[in-house]
Design a protein around this ligand. Structure first.
Ligand code: AHR
Length: 333
């Protein structure tokens, strides 16, 4: 185990900031490989448990974490959950057994993490929750959450839609993966703004699992059932909106004009669709979370978490097709 992390674990065991100031004076370069927890070239080892590779946003997220790990001088061990929580739990347990210095978890769904996080806590391995949130009985099971405010994203989408339609429209909703925190939050945030007073009516709502192919499939079914009644598509991510655009075109309609589309993420494909006039609005959800994650990990492993908030939210912007052309070249993902 690295000298550096032996100290951090000691702190985690005694839970005392005073201990840190007494002993927490080493840095990442102090690592030794005594118990195998430090990786090649004595770099501290971080196990990263990713949800899978469901779309463009996720690809950008994985690249951001990998690049930030390298830039910050860590060895990253990567586990792809392949869209299954059981795979993620197995990977997490395996990282605990390996005695890694820290774990970054992007949880597929919100619940069901208590037992495996307890295992990490028992071994004094700090866990940072990235991108999606967890719902656990005891918040001390993780050090901090870094990611977007996905509830606010749902609110922003609804505010934009009310402004665009004057508060009157029939909407079909493409939800994300069931049980995932952005699905729950984007569902609730949108509804909380629409409220009961609004003339915005959600006539159908179904999961497209954050995937382009599923978004297309569900939109085809919506069009079959509701046809011309559909005025708006609210998609929990851009990939599903892009799938829906294909379904709308196949049905002989003009996406962006015959049917308004608002989605979330701000990936390049969404900007291209907006420039082509086929998508009306995207609410940004920034996947470039790697640098923030490793800045936090540096502090965690050196015991410097005094003022670290339990939730660190990244700010989102709203983009419309009217201004897409001006900003598309500056987009980084
Ligand atoms: O958790 C973030 C969400 O996951 C993104 O909105 C989506 O594209 C991804 O699958």
């Amino acid at each position: 185990m690295s000298t550096h992390f032996r100290m951090t674990r000691h702190w985690l065991a005694v839970g005392s900031m005073i201990m840190i100031s007494v002993i927490g004076c080493s840095s990442k370069s102090d690592n030794s490989t005594a118990d195998g927890s430090s990786g090649e070239n004595d770099k501290p080892v971080i196990g990263f448990v990713q949800t899978g590779s469901e779309g463009d946003w996720r690809k950008a997220h994985t690249v951001s974490v990998r690049e930030a790990a390298e830039a910050a001088g860590y060895e990253l061990r990567f586990a792809d959950g392949q869209a299954k929580q059981e795979n993620q739990i197995k990977a997490l347990s395996s990282f605990v057994a390996q005695g890694v210095d820290g774990i970054i978890l992007a949880p597929l769904v919100e619940t069901g993490w208590d037992n495996v996080l307890e295992k990490a806590q028992k071994r004094n391995i700090p866990v940072l929750i990235l991108d999606r949130q967890v719902d656990v009985k005891d918040d001390s099971l993780f050090v901090t959450y870094i990611g977007a405010d996905t509830y606010n994203e749902g609110r922003l989408a609804a505010e934009w839609l009310i402004e665009k339609t004057g508060g009157k429209a029939k909407v079909v909703e493409l939800q994300g993966t069931p049980g995932a925190s952005p699905t729950i939050n984007r569902y609730n945030g949108f509804r909380d703004v629409i409220g009961e007073e609004s003339g915005i009516e959600i006539i159908a709502s179904q999961s497209g699992d954050f995937r382009r192919s599923k978004g297309k499939e569900v939109m085809e079914a919506f069009l079959k059932k509701h046809g011309d009644e559909i005025e708006v598509v609210y998609a929990h991510n851009d990939d599903m909106a892009i799938g829906a655009i294909q379904a709308i075109e196949d049905a002989g309609k003009k996406p962006g004009d015959d049917i308004i589309l608002v989605s979330i993420d701000g990936v390049r494909g969404a900007f291209e669709a907006m420039v082509e006039g086929k998508l009306n609005c995207t609410v940004e959800c920034n996947p470039l979370q790697g640098p923030m994650a490793f800045e936090a990990m540096d502090k965690i492993l050196s015991g410097d978490i005094g003022d670290m908030p339990k939730k660190q939210m990244i700010k989102d912007e709203v983009y419309e097709r009217e201004n897409a052309k001006e900003v598309i070249d500056s987009r980084k993902y």
